[in-house]
Design a protein around this ligand. Structure first.
Ligand code: NAD
Length: 469
């Protein structure tokens, strides 16, 4: 073969290779399945996708919602993301992740959430509709990494938005796996590429870029106080879903055996990482021993030795008094083993009696450690519960049959979720009515978020006609 022809062939091959490399992260190549090298690229791709989504029919959006549901509910995917989540973050419990991921896929509302308001009269017809913001920047926690991505993606896409996620760096692999498989399923369902995007290397720096980028029209932060404060002070519209420290009050009228079972079940669910999970108990003196007795019958391990409680605190908290990350979301069995105590996995929570100002009461630890404060009467219990919640106005529980005291606590606490006579998770639709969310926006007031929480209300007026009354 002529040397010139060979040279031309090599040149052509090199050119193609170069083009392929430069296109590897470019917007037009769907094979990235939403993963980009830089935050700007992830946002640009999202903006391009949102322009397409804006003009798609509601029917199509609902089809995309169903595609997300079906991607997550495929057994191999559900098992993969649940397993990866526990392996990578080293938090929570695989069996409970399966339940939470399924819940997010099945019970997050779709486009039906976008109810139109209509006003008609002699001057015509006025509609108020929930419309997209555009590109949303969503920051997600380590504690519910996949649940939040599934839940936010369904809500935001149903609302006509696209979403750029900034997951916690400690959950990057599982978040990427999920984003890729969701985009693949979405594209198979005919959706534009990149409805959901993120960067290859999530970091605080990349989150800052997300917050600052002018193409991001709405920020949604699900996490602790630092990130919620940051998005709320950035000058853009933001939805903040922050920390909690949910107290439980048990009074003398409660069904004590059921209360004990419910509290242990809620507190131990996913090893206590849910922000809604029971974190401390205030029990009226006359039933406190009974409550502890039934808690022990239902999987609680009681610590009575003060020296052991101090050893536990030294193990699971930092010098500043916050949770030691390596113990967040660990099982009671694991924590006890580190203290030289061997139990089997029927032990779900560690309980101890402490005074109300105790560190274990006041700090949100996200571990199955449940301090119990004995109080003289229900009014004191409510007062202490209010103090321990620190004005987060997140979640609280009460076990009682006294409707006046139930009503009093609901009012005093002002929490986004108040659960009566059930485990905390009844508040997100498990064993209680109502839809599911993993972004509970207390500070900014959207409450349990759904598609409409991520939409702008717009008015559309037709003067003089279309009132048919
Ligand atoms: P976290 O605050 O450490 O991290 C949350 C997210 O914010 C992560 O993506 C992290 O990378 C980012 N982040 C944190 N500080 C930042 C900063 N200064 N600048 C930029 N990015 C920052 O929280 P976590 O440990 O992952 O999650 C647990 C916390 O989240 C708990 O306080 C829990 O109560 C809360 N939470 C709340 C809800 C809710 O719906 N209200 C849901 C889940 C978790």
């Amino acid at each position: 073969m002529d040397i010139k022809v060979i040279e031309q062939m090599v040149e052509q091959a090199l050119k193609e290779l170069k083009t392929e490399q430069t296109q590897r992260f470019s917007l037009s190549r769907p094979e990235n399945y939403g993963i980009f090298e830089t935050m700007d690229e992830a946002i640009d791709a999202s903006e391009e996708a949102q322009k397409k989504l804006l003009h798609s029919k509601l029917d199509h959006r609902q089809r995309y919602v169903e595609a997300i549901r079906s991607a997550v509910l495929k057994r191999e995917n559900l098992e993969l993301i649940s397993r990866l989540s526990v392996d990578e973050t080293e938090m929570g419990c695989y069996e409970h992740k399966l339940i939470k991921n399924r819940l997010a896929a099945e019970r997050t509302p779709g486009t039906e959430d976008l109810a139109t308001e209509a006003v008609t009269g002699d001057r015509g017809l006025t509609l108020v509709e929930y419309c997209p913001f555009g590109v949303i920047g969503a920051i997600t926690p380590t504690t519910n990494p996949t649940e939040t991505i599934i839940n936010n993606s369904i809500s935001m896409i149903a609302g006509g938005n696209t979403v750029v996620f900034s997951p916690h760096p400690r959950a990057k692999r599982v978040s990427q796996t999920l984003v890729k498989l969701l985009n693949k399923e979405l594209m198979d369902a005919g959706a534009p590429a990149n409805l959901i995007t993120m960067v290859e290397e999530p970091s605080i720096e990349n989150t800052n870029k997300l917050i600052e980028n002018p193409k991001i029209r709405l920020l949604v932060a699900t996490g602790g106080p630092s990130i919620v404060k940051k998005v709320l002070s950035c000058g853009k519209k933001a939805v903040g879903a922050g920390a909690g420290n949910p107290p439980v009050v048990v009074d003398e009228t409660a069904d004590i055996e059921k209360a004990a079972m419910d509290i242990v079940a809620g507190c131990s669910f996913d090893n206590n990482v849910p922000c809604i999970a029971e974190k401390e108990v205030f029990a009226v003196d006359s039933i406190c021993d009974h409550l502890i007795h039934y808690m022990k019958r239902n999987g609680a391990y009681e610590m009575r030795d003060e020296a052991l409680i101090q050893k536990l605190i030294a193990l699971v908290t930092t010098e500043k008094g916050g949770p030691e990350t390596s113990f967040v979301g660990k099982s009671a069995e694991y924590i006890l083993k580190r203290l030289g105590i061997t139990v089997d996995n029927s032990v779900k929570v560690i309980i101890m009696e402490v005074p109300k100002d105790h560190l274990l009461v006041q700090e949100e630890l996200m571990m199955p450690i449940l301090p119990i404060v004995r109080v003289s009467d229900v009014d004191t219990a409510i007062e202490y519960a209010h103090e321990a919640e620190h004005g987060n106005r997140h979640t609280a529980m009460m076990h009682s049959k006294n409707i006046e005291k139930l009503s009093k606590m609901a009012k005093v606490m002002e929490t986004t979720i108040f659960v009566k006579n059930a485990p905390s998770y009844a508040g997100i639709g498990v064993g209680g009515e109502g839809f599911t969310t993993f972004t509970i926006a207390g500070p900014t007031g959207e409450g349990l978020t759904s598609a409409r929480s991520f939409c702008r209300k717009r008015r559309c007026v037709m003067a003089d006609v279309f009132s048919i009354r």
